[in-house]
Design a protein around this ligand. Structure first.
Ligand code: TEU
Ligand code: CA
Length: 615
Protein backbone atom coordinates (compact mmCIF):
# COMPACT_ATOMS: atom_id res chain seq x y z
CA UNK A 1 0.00 0.00 0.00
CA UNK A 2 1.31 3.39 -0.89
CA UNK A 3 1.02 5.95 1.87
CA UNK A 4 0.76 9.49 0.61
CA UNK A 5 0.18 11.55 3.69
CA UNK A 6 0.62 15.31 3.61
CA UNK A 7 0.00 18.10 6.09
CA UNK A 8 -3.55 18.18 4.68
CA UNK A 9 -4.18 14.65 6.02
CA UNK A 10 -6.05 14.21 9.28
CA UNK A 11 -4.72 12.97 12.60
CA UNK A 12 -6.90 9.88 12.15
CA UNK A 13 -5.40 9.12 8.74
CA UNK A 14 -1.95 9.36 10.28
CA UNK A 15 -2.91 7.21 13.26
CA UNK A 16 -4.30 4.54 10.95
CA UNK A 17 -0.96 3.95 9.25
CA UNK A 18 1.31 1.47 11.07
CA UNK A 19 4.16 3.91 11.56
CA UNK A 20 1.89 6.86 12.32
CA UNK A 21 0.19 4.77 14.99
CA UNK A 22 3.42 3.87 16.71
CA UNK A 23 5.06 7.27 16.48
CA UNK A 24 2.01 9.12 17.79
CA UNK A 25 1.67 6.57 20.61
CA UNK A 26 5.34 7.01 21.48
CA UNK A 27 5.20 10.80 21.40
CA UNK A 28 2.19 10.81 23.73
CA UNK A 29 3.88 8.27 26.00
CA UNK A 30 6.96 10.48 26.29
CA UNK A 31 4.73 13.46 27.03
CA UNK A 32 2.76 11.44 29.60
CA UNK A 33 -0.55 11.75 27.71
CA UNK A 34 -2.96 8.79 27.37
CA UNK A 35 -3.26 7.37 23.86
CA UNK A 36 -7.07 7.57 24.17
CA UNK A 37 -6.68 11.27 23.41
CA UNK A 38 -6.19 10.32 19.75
CA UNK A 39 -9.45 8.43 19.62
CA UNK A 40 -11.38 11.60 20.40
CA UNK A 41 -13.30 12.37 17.15
CA UNK A 42 -12.55 16.08 17.31
CA UNK A 43 -8.81 15.46 17.58
CA UNK A 44 -8.95 12.70 14.97
CA UNK A 45 -10.67 14.93 12.45
CA UNK A 46 -8.09 17.72 12.71
CA UNK A 47 -5.72 18.26 9.84
CA UNK A 48 -2.06 17.75 10.59
CA UNK A 49 -1.31 21.34 9.67
CA UNK A 50 -3.81 22.45 12.36
CA UNK A 51 -2.22 20.15 14.92
CA UNK A 52 1.18 21.45 13.86
CA UNK A 53 0.05 25.01 14.50
CA UNK A 54 -1.28 24.07 17.95
CA UNK A 55 1.95 22.33 18.93
CA UNK A 56 4.42 24.65 17.23
CA UNK A 57 6.14 25.36 20.54
CA UNK A 58 7.16 21.69 20.84
CA UNK A 59 7.33 20.55 17.21
CA UNK A 60 8.78 22.45 14.30
CA UNK A 61 7.99 21.95 10.60
CA UNK A 62 10.97 19.63 10.21
CA UNK A 63 9.47 17.29 12.80
CA UNK A 64 6.26 16.91 10.81
CA UNK A 65 8.19 16.42 7.60
CA UNK A 66 10.36 13.73 9.22
CA UNK A 67 7.25 11.96 10.50
CA UNK A 68 5.45 12.13 7.15
CA UNK A 69 8.54 10.85 5.35
CA UNK A 70 8.85 7.93 7.76
CA UNK A 71 5.18 7.05 7.33
CA UNK A 72 5.23 7.34 3.55
CA UNK A 73 8.40 5.26 3.27
CA UNK A 74 6.67 2.19 4.74
CA UNK A 75 4.55 0.69 2.01
CA UNK A 76 3.74 -2.60 3.76
CA UNK A 77 0.74 -3.12 5.98
CA UNK A 78 0.41 -5.74 8.73
CA UNK A 79 -1.27 -8.88 7.41
CA UNK A 80 -3.90 -8.93 10.15
CA UNK A 81 -5.32 -5.73 8.69
CA UNK A 82 -6.10 -7.54 5.44
CA UNK A 83 -9.37 -9.47 5.59
CA UNK A 84 -8.79 -13.21 5.37
CA UNK A 85 -5.00 -12.99 5.20
CA UNK A 86 -4.36 -14.54 8.61
CA UNK A 87 -5.70 -17.86 9.87
CA UNK A 88 -5.17 -19.57 13.21
CA UNK A 89 -2.02 -19.61 15.34
CA UNK A 90 0.73 -21.83 13.97
CA UNK A 91 2.20 -23.87 16.84
CA UNK A 92 5.98 -23.73 17.34
CA UNK A 93 8.29 -24.73 20.19
CA UNK A 94 9.15 -21.16 21.07
CA UNK A 95 5.53 -20.18 21.54
CA UNK A 96 5.21 -22.93 24.12
CA UNK A 97 8.57 -22.32 25.75
CA UNK A 98 9.60 -20.46 28.86
CA UNK A 99 12.93 -18.77 28.18
CA UNK A 100 15.38 -17.96 30.96
CA UNK A 101 17.90 -15.15 30.53
CA UNK A 102 21.35 -15.66 32.01
CA UNK A 103 23.69 -12.75 32.52
CA UNK A 104 26.81 -14.92 32.68
CA UNK A 105 28.97 -12.47 34.61
CA UNK A 106 26.73 -12.60 37.65
CA UNK A 107 24.99 -15.95 37.34
CA UNK A 108 27.20 -18.72 38.72
CA UNK A 109 30.91 -18.64 39.50
CA UNK A 110 32.50 -22.10 39.39
CA UNK A 111 36.15 -21.19 40.06
CA UNK A 112 35.51 -18.71 42.87
CA UNK A 113 37.10 -15.64 41.28
CA UNK A 114 33.88 -13.68 41.79
CA UNK A 115 32.96 -13.70 38.10
CA UNK A 116 30.30 -16.01 36.74
CA UNK A 117 31.49 -18.46 34.09
CA UNK A 118 30.40 -21.20 31.67
CA UNK A 119 31.23 -24.02 34.08
CA UNK A 120 29.05 -22.23 36.59
CA UNK A 121 26.15 -22.23 34.14
CA UNK A 122 26.75 -25.93 33.55
CA UNK A 123 26.53 -26.60 37.26
CA UNK A 124 23.05 -25.03 37.37
CA UNK A 125 21.50 -26.89 34.45
CA UNK A 126 19.71 -29.34 36.72
CA UNK A 127 18.29 -26.46 38.72
CA UNK A 128 17.06 -24.79 35.52
CA UNK A 129 15.59 -28.00 34.20
CA UNK A 130 13.80 -28.52 37.48
CA UNK A 131 12.50 -24.95 37.38
CA UNK A 132 10.85 -26.04 34.15
CA UNK A 133 12.33 -23.63 31.62
CA UNK A 134 12.91 -24.76 28.05
CA UNK A 135 15.63 -22.50 26.72
CA UNK A 136 18.47 -20.37 28.05
CA UNK A 137 19.37 -17.04 26.50
CA UNK A 138 22.96 -16.21 27.34
CA UNK A 139 23.95 -12.56 27.32
CA UNK A 140 27.24 -12.22 25.38
CA UNK A 141 29.97 -14.74 26.21
CA UNK A 142 32.36 -13.71 23.42
CA UNK A 143 35.83 -12.25 23.71
CA UNK A 144 35.50 -8.65 24.80
CA UNK A 145 37.41 -5.88 26.58
CA UNK A 146 34.21 -5.47 28.66
CA UNK A 147 33.64 -1.79 28.26
CA UNK A 148 29.95 -2.72 28.23
CA UNK A 149 30.18 -6.20 29.77
CA UNK A 150 30.48 -8.15 26.55
CA UNK A 151 28.15 -6.04 24.42
CA UNK A 152 31.39 -4.78 22.91
CA UNK A 153 32.68 -7.82 21.04
CA UNK A 154 36.32 -8.13 20.02
CA UNK A 155 36.14 -11.60 18.50
CA UNK A 156 32.84 -13.27 17.64
CA UNK A 157 34.37 -16.73 17.48
CA UNK A 158 36.17 -16.76 20.78
CA UNK A 159 34.92 -17.12 24.34
CA UNK A 160 35.59 -14.42 26.92
CA UNK A 161 38.64 -15.57 28.90
CA UNK A 162 36.97 -14.89 32.26
CA UNK A 163 34.06 -17.11 31.28
CA UNK A 164 36.16 -20.08 30.10
CA UNK A 165 37.05 -21.66 26.79
CA UNK A 166 35.36 -22.87 23.62
CA UNK A 167 35.61 -26.40 25.07
CA UNK A 168 33.61 -25.20 28.06
CA UNK A 169 31.06 -23.75 25.70
CA UNK A 170 30.77 -26.97 23.70
CA UNK A 171 30.35 -28.86 26.93
CA UNK A 172 27.61 -26.48 28.06
CA UNK A 173 25.80 -26.85 24.76
CA UNK A 174 26.03 -30.64 24.97
CA UNK A 175 24.88 -30.81 28.57
CA UNK A 176 22.03 -28.38 27.97
CA UNK A 177 20.83 -30.31 24.93
CA UNK A 178 21.11 -33.58 26.84
CA UNK A 179 18.52 -32.14 29.24
CA UNK A 180 16.30 -30.83 26.48
CA UNK A 181 17.31 -27.22 27.15
CA UNK A 182 17.88 -25.05 24.10
CA UNK A 183 20.64 -22.43 23.95
CA UNK A 184 20.01 -18.97 22.55
CA UNK A 185 23.03 -16.73 22.07
CA UNK A 186 23.21 -12.95 22.09
CA UNK A 187 23.96 -11.47 18.68
CA UNK A 188 25.54 -8.03 18.97
CA UNK A 189 26.04 -6.83 15.42
CA UNK A 190 24.91 -3.23 15.34
CA UNK A 191 28.42 -2.53 16.60
CA UNK A 192 31.69 -4.20 17.49
CA UNK A 193 34.35 -3.32 20.02
CA UNK A 194 36.87 -0.74 18.81
CA UNK A 195 39.37 -3.51 19.54
CA UNK A 196 37.82 -5.77 16.91
CA UNK A 197 40.24 -6.54 14.10
CA UNK A 198 37.85 -5.03 11.53
CA UNK A 199 37.80 -1.70 13.31
CA UNK A 200 41.55 -1.63 13.91
CA UNK A 201 42.25 -2.31 10.24
CA UNK A 202 39.62 0.16 9.10
CA UNK A 203 41.09 2.84 11.31
CA UNK A 204 44.76 2.25 10.63
CA UNK A 205 44.90 1.02 7.03
CA UNK A 206 43.49 3.64 4.63
CA UNK A 207 43.28 1.19 1.73
CA UNK A 208 41.79 -1.64 3.69
CA UNK A 209 38.30 -2.81 2.78
CA UNK A 210 37.46 -2.43 6.47
CA UNK A 211 37.43 1.35 6.19
CA UNK A 212 33.95 0.95 4.77
CA UNK A 213 32.88 -1.51 7.50
CA UNK A 214 32.16 1.39 9.87
CA UNK A 215 31.09 5.01 9.59
CA UNK A 216 34.45 6.72 9.22
CA UNK A 217 34.36 10.38 8.25
CA UNK A 218 37.20 12.77 7.39
CA UNK A 219 38.18 15.73 9.53
CA UNK A 220 35.72 18.60 9.07
CA UNK A 221 36.61 20.41 12.28
CA UNK A 222 33.51 19.21 14.10
CA UNK A 223 31.31 16.15 14.61
CA UNK A 224 29.83 14.99 11.28
CA UNK A 225 26.32 15.29 12.76
CA UNK A 226 24.48 16.07 16.01
CA UNK A 227 23.60 12.49 17.03
CA UNK A 228 23.90 11.52 20.69
CA UNK A 229 25.41 8.38 22.16
CA UNK A 230 23.24 6.45 24.62
CA UNK A 231 26.04 6.30 27.12
CA UNK A 232 26.77 10.02 27.09
CA UNK A 233 27.90 12.84 24.84
CA UNK A 234 28.24 12.85 21.09
CA UNK A 235 27.97 9.71 18.97
CA UNK A 236 31.32 10.52 17.33
CA UNK A 237 34.87 9.65 18.36
CA UNK A 238 37.71 11.64 16.92
CA UNK A 239 41.01 9.86 16.18
CA UNK A 240 43.58 12.67 15.90
CA UNK A 241 46.38 10.49 14.56
CA UNK A 242 44.29 9.28 11.62
CA UNK A 243 42.30 12.53 11.43
CA UNK A 244 39.10 10.51 11.35
CA UNK A 245 35.72 10.52 13.01
CA UNK A 246 33.84 7.28 13.66
CA UNK A 247 30.24 6.70 14.76
CA UNK A 248 29.18 4.96 17.97
CA UNK A 249 25.59 4.96 19.24
CA UNK A 250 26.61 3.40 22.55
CA UNK A 251 29.91 3.67 24.45
CA UNK A 252 33.09 5.10 22.96
CA UNK A 253 34.30 1.55 22.45
CA UNK A 254 31.19 0.25 20.63
CA UNK A 255 31.63 1.22 17.01
CA UNK A 256 28.64 1.07 14.66
CA UNK A 257 28.95 -1.24 11.67
CA UNK A 258 27.97 -0.02 8.22
CA UNK A 259 25.28 -2.48 7.20
CA UNK A 260 24.90 -0.88 3.79
CA UNK A 261 28.17 -2.58 2.90
CA UNK A 262 27.32 -6.06 1.54
CA UNK A 263 30.64 -7.44 2.85
CA UNK A 264 29.61 -6.54 6.40
CA UNK A 265 26.36 -8.41 5.95
CA UNK A 266 28.13 -11.40 4.43
CA UNK A 267 30.67 -11.56 7.28
CA UNK A 268 27.98 -11.28 9.93
CA UNK A 269 25.88 -13.95 8.25
CA UNK A 270 28.93 -16.26 8.06
CA UNK A 271 29.47 -15.79 11.75
CA UNK A 272 25.82 -16.51 12.57
CA UNK A 273 25.99 -19.69 10.50
CA UNK A 274 29.19 -20.71 12.25
CA UNK A 275 27.35 -20.70 15.59
CA UNK A 276 24.20 -22.27 14.19
CA UNK A 277 26.30 -25.04 12.63
CA UNK A 278 27.71 -25.67 16.08
CA UNK A 279 24.19 -26.38 17.21
CA UNK A 280 22.99 -23.28 19.02
CA UNK A 281 19.25 -22.91 18.69
CA UNK A 282 18.82 -19.23 17.99
CA UNK A 283 19.75 -15.66 18.78
CA UNK A 284 18.53 -12.68 20.72
CA UNK A 285 19.55 -9.81 18.46
CA UNK A 286 20.87 -6.73 20.24
CA UNK A 287 19.38 -3.35 19.13
CA UNK A 288 18.75 -5.02 15.81
CA UNK A 289 16.35 -2.32 14.64
CA UNK A 290 19.25 0.18 14.64
CA UNK A 291 21.29 -1.47 11.87
CA UNK A 292 20.05 0.60 8.92
CA UNK A 293 20.82 4.30 9.03
CA UNK A 294 19.52 7.12 6.82
CA UNK A 295 22.03 7.57 3.98
CA UNK A 296 24.28 10.58 4.52
CA UNK A 297 23.61 10.47 8.28
CA UNK A 298 21.72 13.78 8.44
CA UNK A 299 21.32 15.75 11.68
CA UNK A 300 18.63 14.60 14.08
CA UNK A 301 15.55 16.76 14.50
CA UNK A 302 15.69 19.12 17.45
CA UNK A 303 12.16 18.49 18.73
CA UNK A 304 12.62 14.72 18.63
CA UNK A 305 16.00 15.05 20.32
CA UNK A 306 14.49 17.07 23.17
CA UNK A 307 11.53 14.74 23.51
CA UNK A 308 13.53 11.50 23.47
CA UNK A 309 16.56 12.99 25.24
CA UNK A 310 18.78 11.66 22.41
CA UNK A 311 19.42 13.21 19.00
CA UNK A 312 19.25 11.30 15.74
CA UNK A 313 17.02 8.37 16.71
CA UNK A 314 14.61 8.91 13.80
CA UNK A 315 17.51 8.17 11.45
CA UNK A 316 18.10 4.62 12.63
CA UNK A 317 15.35 3.15 14.86
CA UNK A 318 13.40 2.07 11.77
CA UNK A 319 15.85 2.71 8.97
CA UNK A 320 15.25 2.49 5.23
CA UNK A 321 16.75 -1.00 4.75
CA UNK A 322 15.82 -2.59 8.05
CA UNK A 323 13.29 -5.05 6.63
CA UNK A 324 15.56 -5.93 3.74
CA UNK A 325 18.57 -6.70 5.96
CA UNK A 326 16.54 -8.73 8.44
CA UNK A 327 15.04 -10.71 5.62
CA UNK A 328 18.49 -11.40 4.21
CA UNK A 329 19.74 -12.72 7.56
CA UNK A 330 16.61 -14.81 7.90
CA UNK A 331 16.93 -16.34 4.44
CA UNK A 332 20.65 -17.03 4.60
CA UNK A 333 21.07 -18.12 8.20
CA UNK A 334 17.98 -18.59 10.38
CA UNK A 335 15.65 -20.27 7.92
CA UNK A 336 18.05 -22.97 6.66
CA UNK A 337 18.82 -23.89 10.28
CA UNK A 338 15.27 -23.61 11.57
CA UNK A 339 16.73 -21.29 14.19
CA UNK A 340 14.80 -18.97 16.48
CA UNK A 341 15.21 -15.18 16.64
CA UNK A 342 14.06 -12.51 19.04
CA UNK A 343 14.98 -8.95 18.22
CA UNK A 344 15.69 -6.37 20.86
CA UNK A 345 13.95 -3.38 19.30
CA UNK A 346 13.87 -0.25 21.48
CA UNK A 347 11.40 2.35 20.23
CA UNK A 348 9.44 -0.08 18.07
CA UNK A 349 5.70 -0.04 18.75
CA UNK A 350 2.89 -2.49 18.15
CA UNK A 351 2.38 -2.00 14.41
CA UNK A 352 6.06 -1.79 13.49
CA UNK A 353 6.54 -4.94 15.53
CA UNK A 354 3.94 -6.65 13.36
CA UNK A 355 5.93 -5.77 10.27
CA UNK A 356 9.06 -7.20 11.89
CA UNK A 357 7.52 -10.42 13.19
CA UNK A 358 4.62 -11.28 10.88
CA UNK A 359 5.18 -14.92 9.90
CA UNK A 360 4.59 -14.15 6.23
CA UNK A 361 7.47 -11.65 6.26
CA UNK A 362 10.47 -13.85 7.10
CA UNK A 363 12.29 -11.38 9.35
CA UNK A 364 12.12 -12.08 13.10
CA UNK A 365 10.14 -14.51 15.23
CA UNK A 366 9.54 -12.12 18.12
CA UNK A 367 10.66 -8.76 19.43
CA UNK A 368 11.18 -7.15 22.81
CA UNK A 369 9.34 -3.88 22.90
CA UNK A 370 10.07 -1.70 25.90
CA UNK A 371 7.25 0.78 26.32
CA UNK A 372 5.80 -1.32 29.13
CA UNK A 373 8.78 -0.77 31.41
CA UNK A 374 7.95 2.71 32.70
CA UNK A 375 4.67 4.47 33.42
CA UNK A 376 4.01 7.25 30.81
CA UNK A 377 5.99 10.42 31.37
CA UNK A 378 8.67 8.63 33.38
CA UNK A 379 12.15 7.44 32.55
CA UNK A 380 14.16 4.70 34.20
CA UNK A 381 16.11 7.19 36.32
CA UNK A 382 13.01 8.71 37.94
CA UNK A 383 12.25 7.70 41.49
CA UNK A 384 8.53 6.90 41.31
CA UNK A 385 6.04 4.10 41.81
CA UNK A 386 5.20 2.19 38.64
CA UNK A 387 1.45 1.98 38.08
CA UNK A 388 0.39 -1.54 37.13
CA UNK A 389 -2.83 -0.14 35.66
CA UNK A 390 -0.65 1.05 32.84
CA UNK A 391 0.82 -2.42 32.35
CA UNK A 392 -2.70 -3.87 32.16
CA UNK A 393 -3.71 -1.40 29.44
CA UNK A 394 -0.49 -1.81 27.52
CA UNK A 395 -0.43 -5.59 27.48
CA UNK A 396 -4.16 -5.89 26.79
CA UNK A 397 -3.82 -3.59 23.81
CA UNK A 398 -1.04 -5.75 22.38
CA UNK A 399 -2.78 -9.05 23.04
CA UNK A 400 -5.99 -7.80 21.46
CA UNK A 401 -4.37 -6.33 18.37
CA UNK A 402 -1.20 -8.26 17.64
CA UNK A 403 -2.82 -10.83 15.31
CA UNK A 404 -2.48 -14.60 14.98
CA UNK A 405 0.52 -14.30 12.68
CA UNK A 406 2.62 -12.53 15.33
CA UNK A 407 3.61 -13.68 18.78
CA UNK A 408 4.52 -11.65 21.85
CA UNK A 409 7.34 -11.77 24.34
CA UNK A 410 6.35 -11.29 27.99
CA UNK A 411 8.94 -9.84 30.36
CA UNK A 412 9.42 -7.28 33.09
CA UNK A 413 13.14 -7.48 33.65
CA UNK A 414 16.44 -7.93 31.91
CA UNK A 415 20.05 -6.97 32.48
CA UNK A 416 19.33 -3.34 31.51
CA UNK A 417 16.74 -2.61 34.14
CA UNK A 418 16.12 -2.33 37.84
CA UNK A 419 13.74 -5.03 39.11
CA UNK A 420 10.06 -4.49 38.34
CA UNK A 421 9.10 -5.59 41.88
CA UNK A 422 10.97 -2.57 43.23
CA UNK A 423 9.54 -0.22 40.62
CA UNK A 424 6.01 -1.11 41.71
CA UNK A 425 6.74 -0.54 45.38
CA UNK A 426 9.70 0.30 47.57
CA UNK A 427 7.96 -1.31 50.54
CA UNK A 428 9.88 -4.50 51.42
CA UNK A 429 6.73 -5.92 52.99
CA UNK A 430 4.99 -5.78 49.60
CA UNK A 431 7.79 -7.38 47.57
CA UNK A 432 6.71 -10.99 47.88
CA UNK A 433 3.10 -10.30 46.90
CA UNK A 434 4.23 -8.23 43.90
CA UNK A 435 6.65 -10.94 42.77
CA UNK A 436 3.80 -13.47 42.92
CA UNK A 437 1.44 -11.19 41.02
CA UNK A 438 3.99 -10.57 38.27
CA UNK A 439 4.64 -14.29 37.98
CA UNK A 440 0.96 -15.17 37.74
CA UNK A 441 0.48 -12.62 34.96
CA UNK A 442 3.63 -13.64 33.12
CA UNK A 443 2.67 -17.31 32.91
CA UNK A 444 -1.03 -16.83 32.15
CA UNK A 445 -0.99 -13.96 29.64
CA UNK A 446 -0.59 -14.68 25.95
CA UNK A 447 3.00 -14.81 24.74
CA UNK A 448 6.37 -16.34 25.53
CA UNK A 449 7.59 -15.61 29.06
CA UNK A 450 11.20 -14.49 29.44
CA UNK A 451 12.39 -14.95 33.01
CA UNK A 452 15.43 -12.93 33.99
CA UNK A 453 17.84 -14.65 36.38
CA UNK A 454 16.81 -13.91 39.94
CA UNK A 455 13.15 -13.19 39.11
CA UNK A 456 12.44 -16.69 40.31
CA UNK A 457 14.24 -15.91 43.59
CA UNK A 458 12.14 -12.82 44.25
CA UNK A 459 15.17 -10.54 44.00
CA UNK A 460 14.65 -6.80 44.35
CA UNK A 461 16.84 -3.72 43.85
CA UNK A 462 20.00 -3.17 45.87
CA UNK A 463 20.58 -0.35 48.31
CA UNK A 464 23.77 0.86 46.65
CA UNK A 465 25.63 3.30 48.92
CA UNK A 466 28.04 5.01 46.58
CA UNK A 467 29.05 5.35 42.96
CA UNK A 468 32.05 3.09 43.67
CA UNK A 469 29.64 0.20 44.03
CA UNK A 470 28.43 0.66 40.46
CA UNK A 471 30.33 -0.59 37.46
CA UNK A 472 27.98 -0.17 34.51
CA UNK A 473 29.43 2.14 31.85
CA UNK A 474 26.08 3.89 31.44
CA UNK A 475 25.82 4.68 35.18
CA UNK A 476 29.41 5.79 35.49
CA UNK A 477 29.20 8.11 32.47
CA UNK A 478 25.81 9.53 33.35
CA UNK A 479 26.92 10.21 36.90
CA UNK A 480 29.91 12.19 35.66
CA UNK A 481 27.60 14.22 33.40
CA UNK A 482 25.13 14.85 36.21
CA UNK A 483 27.88 16.09 38.53
CA UNK A 484 28.25 19.10 36.27
CA UNK A 485 24.70 20.23 37.02
CA UNK A 486 23.73 18.62 40.35
CA UNK A 487 25.19 18.14 43.82
CA UNK A 488 26.84 14.74 44.26
CA UNK A 489 24.21 13.20 46.56
CA UNK A 490 21.41 14.14 44.22
CA UNK A 491 23.30 12.85 41.19
CA UNK A 492 23.87 9.56 42.95
CA UNK A 493 20.19 9.28 43.93
CA UNK A 494 19.16 9.62 40.30
CA UNK A 495 21.68 7.07 39.08
CA UNK A 496 20.75 4.68 41.86
CA UNK A 497 17.09 4.68 40.75
CA UNK A 498 17.88 3.59 37.22
CA UNK A 499 21.23 1.86 37.26
CA UNK A 500 21.53 -1.37 35.32
CA UNK A 501 23.69 -2.68 38.16
CA UNK A 502 20.52 -3.62 40.09
CA UNK A 503 20.21 -6.60 37.79
CA UNK A 504 23.91 -7.39 37.62
CA UNK A 505 25.00 -8.17 41.19
CA UNK A 506 26.42 -11.68 41.62
CA UNK A 507 23.48 -13.99 42.42
CA UNK A 508 23.10 -14.86 46.10
CA UNK A 509 23.92 -18.57 45.69
CA UNK A 510 27.58 -17.82 44.88
CA UNK A 511 30.22 -18.10 47.62
CA UNK A 512 31.64 -14.70 46.71
CA UNK A 513 28.17 -13.13 46.96
CA UNK A 514 28.01 -14.22 50.57
CA UNK A 515 31.13 -12.15 51.22
CA UNK A 516 29.61 -8.94 49.82
CA UNK A 517 28.71 -6.13 52.24
CA UNK A 518 25.34 -6.72 53.83
CA UNK A 519 23.45 -4.15 51.75
CA UNK A 520 24.53 -5.99 48.59
CA UNK A 521 23.30 -9.34 49.81
CA UNK A 522 19.84 -10.84 49.36
CA UNK A 523 18.41 -14.23 50.17
CA UNK A 524 16.49 -16.09 47.52
CA UNK A 525 12.85 -16.46 48.51
CA UNK A 526 11.97 -20.19 48.26
CA UNK A 527 8.25 -19.35 48.17
CA UNK A 528 8.77 -17.49 44.90
CA UNK A 529 10.96 -20.20 43.39
CA UNK A 530 8.35 -22.78 44.26
CA UNK A 531 5.62 -20.65 42.68
CA UNK A 532 7.64 -20.31 39.45
CA UNK A 533 7.97 -24.09 39.29
CA UNK A 534 4.25 -24.55 39.79
CA UNK A 535 3.17 -21.86 37.33
CA UNK A 536 5.52 -23.07 34.62
CA UNK A 537 4.12 -26.59 35.03
CA UNK A 538 0.57 -25.26 35.00
CA UNK A 539 1.19 -23.36 31.79
CA UNK A 540 2.72 -26.45 30.16
CA UNK A 541 -0.11 -28.72 31.17
CA UNK A 542 -2.85 -26.45 29.81
CA UNK A 543 -2.73 -25.35 26.17
CA UNK A 544 -5.49 -22.83 26.94
CA UNK A 545 -2.83 -20.82 28.78
CA UNK A 546 -0.58 -20.86 25.73
CA UNK A 547 -2.69 -20.77 22.60
CA UNK A 548 -6.05 -19.99 24.17
CA UNK A 549 -8.04 -16.84 23.47
CA UNK A 550 -7.41 -13.81 25.65
CA UNK A 551 -10.37 -11.72 26.77
CA UNK A 552 -10.40 -8.81 29.16
CA UNK A 553 -13.24 -9.20 31.65
CA UNK A 554 -12.53 -6.17 33.80
CA UNK A 555 -10.00 -3.42 33.42
CA UNK A 556 -11.32 -0.89 35.87
CA UNK A 557 -8.97 0.92 38.21
CA UNK A 558 -6.64 -1.45 40.08
CA UNK A 559 -8.46 -4.47 38.66
CA UNK A 560 -7.26 -6.86 35.98
CA UNK A 561 -9.54 -9.79 35.28
CA UNK A 562 -9.05 -11.83 32.13
CA UNK A 563 -10.04 -15.10 30.57
CA UNK A 564 -7.90 -17.61 28.70
CA UNK A 565 -9.85 -20.34 27.00
CA UNK A 566 -9.86 -23.02 24.35
CA UNK A 567 -12.39 -25.69 23.42
CA UNK A 568 -11.69 -27.80 26.49
CA UNK A 569 -11.22 -25.40 29.37
CA UNK A 570 -11.42 -21.85 30.65
CA UNK A 571 -9.18 -20.00 33.06
CA UNK A 572 -10.06 -16.75 34.73
CA UNK A 573 -7.31 -14.74 36.37
CA UNK A 574 -8.10 -11.93 38.75
CA UNK A 575 -5.40 -9.51 39.86
CA UNK A 576 -5.44 -6.76 42.44
CA UNK A 577 -3.01 -4.26 40.95
CA UNK A 578 -2.82 -2.11 44.03
CA UNK A 579 -1.57 -1.96 47.60
CA UNK A 580 -5.09 -1.73 49.09
CA UNK A 581 -7.24 -4.80 49.74
CA UNK A 582 -10.53 -4.90 47.85
CA UNK A 583 -13.48 -7.16 47.16
CA UNK A 584 -13.04 -9.60 44.27
CA UNK A 585 -14.78 -8.64 41.06
CA UNK A 586 -15.07 -12.12 39.57
CA UNK A 587 -17.90 -14.38 40.74
CA UNK A 588 -16.58 -17.86 40.51
CA UNK A 589 -19.72 -19.93 39.73
CA UNK A 590 -18.67 -23.32 38.43
CA UNK A 591 -14.96 -22.57 38.65
CA UNK A 592 -12.42 -24.15 40.97
CA UNK A 593 -9.56 -22.29 42.52
CA UNK A 594 -6.17 -23.30 41.09
CA UNK A 595 -4.09 -20.69 42.91
CA UNK A 596 -3.67 -19.82 45.73
CA UNK A 597 -4.88 -22.66 47.96
CA UNK A 598 -7.66 -20.64 49.53
CA UNK A 599 -9.47 -17.46 48.55
CA UNK A 600 -10.53 -15.01 51.25
CA UNK A 601 -13.47 -12.60 51.07
CA UNK A 602 -11.00 -9.81 50.25
CA UNK A 603 -8.31 -9.67 47.60
CA UNK A 604 -5.15 -8.87 49.54
CA UNK A 605 -2.67 -6.20 48.33
CA UNK A 606 -1.35 -7.30 44.91
CA UNK A 607 -3.06 -10.67 45.22
CA UNK A 608 -3.66 -12.74 42.10
CA UNK A 609 -6.03 -15.70 41.75
CA UNK A 610 -6.35 -18.33 39.08
CA UNK A 611 -9.71 -20.07 38.50
CA UNK A 612 -10.44 -22.92 36.13
CA UNK A 613 -13.38 -24.82 34.72
CA UNK A 614 -13.85 -27.49 32.11
CA UNK A 615 -15.93 -26.53 29.09
O1 TEU B 1 20.49 -2.39 24.96
C1 TEU B 1 19.99 -1.42 24.13
C2 TEU B 1 19.16 -0.37 24.74
O2 TEU B 1 18.69 0.51 24.06
C3 TEU B 1 18.96 -0.36 26.17
O3 TEU B 1 18.01 -0.99 26.79
C4 TEU B 1 20.02 0.41 26.82
O4 TEU B 1 20.60 -0.25 27.87
C5 TEU B 1 19.44 1.69 27.32
O5 TEU B 1 18.78 2.31 26.28
C6 TEU B 1 20.53 2.58 27.80
O6 TEU B 1 20.00 3.84 28.05
C7 TEU B 1 21.31 -3.35 24.42
C8 TEU B 1 21.84 -4.25 25.51
O7 TEU B 1 20.78 -4.94 26.09
C9 TEU B 1 22.62 -3.44 26.48
O8 TEU B 1 23.06 -4.19 27.57
C10 TEU B 1 23.79 -2.85 25.74
O9 TEU B 1 24.48 -1.99 26.58
C11 TEU B 1 23.36 -2.10 24.49
O10 TEU B 1 22.40 -2.80 23.72
C12 TEU B 1 24.53 -1.89 23.58
O11 TEU B 1 24.96 -3.11 23.06
CA1 CA C 1 34.60 -17.44 37.71
Amino acid sequence: MKQDLTMESTVRELYETPIGHDVLAKVLLQMGIAEKWLQNPIIGGRKLKTLAKLTQKQFDAAFWQALIDLVNAETAIPADRIAGAVGGIRPTWWKEAVIYQIYPRSFADANGDGIGDLKGICSKLDYLKDLGVDALWLSPVYDSPNDDNGYDIRDYRKIMTEFGTMEDFDELLKEAHARGLRIIMDLVVNHTSDEHEWFQKGLNEPDSKYRDYYFFRGDTGKEPNNWSAFFGGTAWNYYPEQKLWALHLFSKKQMDLNWDNPDVRADVIDMINWWLDKGVDGFRMDVINYISKTPGLPDGNDAIGKLMLFYGIEHYFYGPHLHEYLHEIHEKAFKPHGAFSVGETPGVGREMAKLLTGEERGELDMVFSFDQLETPGHIRFDDYEYDLNYYRDYITDWMEHYGNNCWMSLFYNNHDNPRMVSKVSKDPAAAQAIAKLLAVMQFTLKGTPFVFQGDEMGLVNYDFRSIDELSDVESVNRYAELLEVRPADEAFRIIKSGTRDHSRVLLPWNERAKALPEHLRQSPDPVITDLYRKLIRLRKAHPALIYGRFELLSGKKNVFVYRRSDASETFVIECNLHKKPRKPVFTENGYTLVYPITAGAQMQPYEARIWRKLN
